[in-house]
Design a protein around this ligand. Sequence first.
Ligand code: ZN
Length: 154
Amino acid sequence: MAIRNIIKEGNPLLREKCKEVTEFDDKLGELIDDMVDTMFKANGVGLAAPQIAVLKRIAVVSVDGETIYEMVNPEIKVTTGSQLSNEGCLSVPERYGVVERPKKVVVEYYDRHGDKYKVKASGFLATAFCHEIDHLDGILYIDKVLPPKVKKEG
Ligand code: ZN
């Protein structure tokens, strides 16, 4: 296991569309372990493979520091409602912004062994899933940030 270097906004690799994983081998497991270690070391709640310069459809998420979602080839199947959340990104340091996301999602993905899972998520976990899955298509949350609301006088 190893801590990987997290690349930052401006690096063109963050704007690439990532490739599906087809080999569920030991190397995939090692990569996922590195991603989890790197995410926790950076105090993040999620990390996508392109953030460590690996252009594969893999994301890890842990919003409570206990349950770790390891998602290979994740796909958002259903979205319901909408919510606003304050987001940041390990690849966009020291910045935050409000993004509108679905309130609930159903995500299908594979684990490191190639077993298929389907999870329902709501609230912050749904936001984290959407944020990380966006990374796999070269999308950063800053592309979706809403302009700050200005309170009108009078
Ligand atoms: Zn991010």
